[in-house]
Design a binder for this molecule. Sequence first.
Ligand code: 9MR
Length: 621
Amino acid sequence: MKALTKTAAILPLAASLAVAVPTAQAQPSRGCAAEGAAVRLNQRAFEPRAPKRAILPSEATEAVEFRILDAGGDVVFEGRSMVFGPDPLAGESVHQLDFSALRLPGVAYRVTTECGDSHPFDITSDPWRALARDALAYFYHNRAGVPIEALLAGGDAWARPAAHTDEVASCRSGEDPAGNDWPGCDYELNVTGGWYDAGDHGKYVVNGGIATWTLANFVERQALRGEPAVFADGVARIPEAGNGIDDLLDEARFEMEFLLRMQAPEGATAQVPVGVKRAGPGLSFSTIDAGGMAHHKVASIEWTPLPMAPHEDSQPRVLYPVSTAATLNLAATAAQCARLWRGSDMAFSRRCLAAAERAWDAARRNPEVYFVAAFSGSGMYGDTDLGDEFFWAAAELLATTGKAEYAEVVREHPAFREPLLRQPAWPRTAALGLVTLALDPDALEPGERDRLRRSLVAAADRFAEERERTGYHIPRDAGDWAWGSNSDLLNRALLLALAHDFTGQDHYRHAVIDVMDYLLGRNPLDRSYVAGYGERPMEHPHHRFWAPSYDQGHPAPFPGALSGGPNNTAMIDPVAKRLRGHCAPLACWADDAEAYALNEVAINWNAPLVWVAAWLQATAP
Ligand code: 9MR
């Protein structure tokens, strides 16, 4: 990738010199943007003192002039672009326009260039508060087992009756598509509640784990730093508002209660393939002591159709086999739960700790029960490397109990020493444990904790540096963009935010803002990936209830829902298949409800959006 070739001359104009100018006309011969606005930027708002960048697709090889107009059309800023040149991630040549020096709060500013204008944007002292709240509302809207009330949901359109109530399920049995005959189990669990995973109606312990941890971690970070709560009781529109507990913690508990319900009872046995990493024919089943293990997921027998409100689903719900991955997700989140509820609900805290230790023991007893039951009707969340889950669970248990046995596992694990190279994700959870240990004041020796902090800061440094090699100035320069890539950026932003917490250095916060600017419109598609935010927001997620493109009677996505984002690594849905081979990495996306590999919404993607938006709100200068 090409490095910057020119530096900008920034010429802020005093307001008194402002003059009205006509909007510039597009000049396609200069390789201007073919689609959307000529200039790409955060379509919502900038903080007055934050860096402000826009991107101009242009093949001009010399810097070009740009101006910023206020709502009345007066010029309030003039500058010259920096030529970046061809950006393989974007599939176009771009210039970067820096107008950080424009700090005057205002609404409906526009950038204007020889290629045309940007969308309007604001400069305001608190651009994050609404986003943080809406992003959190995603979770209430996607609760299972309870009615979604119009008053809390923001209107009748989003209300729906309770669905999958009294969800008492037993294990799926019978032949899978590969011909393996699954034996089922001889007990039932009441697994009512929790959040639907995504556009589908499945509920998965593996993905529920990272999403719950992420919400709860923000509460823990705030408490340890003595910061005021962003979601103090009553801030969110949830039934629990007014109960005296932080609303973010209330929302996390809604899922935690479900995760606890997914644990197999003492004395349970299961017949599962042991040590087998891949689904396929000819599985052999061994009988294990499954007491304390967590079932991997609960879902309808077949994929529910689109559109469909959850309460319209009449299919039987079934549990899928226990897995070591799900068990360790339970151990980790239940241990975190025990710490976080200690102060407010001791009985719940104890229940969580007991479940966490039972799960830990069960996973140690059954370390290689991979999820290989390849039935259709729900996602796999298969993971063949569980070392990071063991580390995460041990780290959480150590932070909660201080016990030597967990300290030993943590200290012996490679993740404790090796540099952190990647952001966390549902199958890569070591970083979650590292974060917990880096935040916790007593889990480790102070020297060890400081070393972990330095290691997280070093990861943040590497991410921040990658921005310089991308035209759109985002902290990821690799060419492969995975399913849910927007969450990868947000999980990098979470680590960048912690680097700011640990060092106090503003440039980490600036990199966090780069991620938000990208998500809110500074991207090659000129789209905001957040429903309800920006001039061209995502409107048609792959979601069975928020499905107006299938049926006008279904509501639009609630504002604050985040699209998975560009995906050029698993282009398997019908829309992605058509794009395959025809899109640059950051352009492999479409606002189409059929595009489940590109445009689904999910709990593990909205959770870091909550974390990062709340963090920006809390740390705004
Ligand atoms: O987010 C998951 C992604 O990392 C996987 O590559 C993909 C395919 O296995 O599945 C994604 O998770 C989906 C899950 O399996 C079912 N519910 C919707 C999830 C988001 O698309």
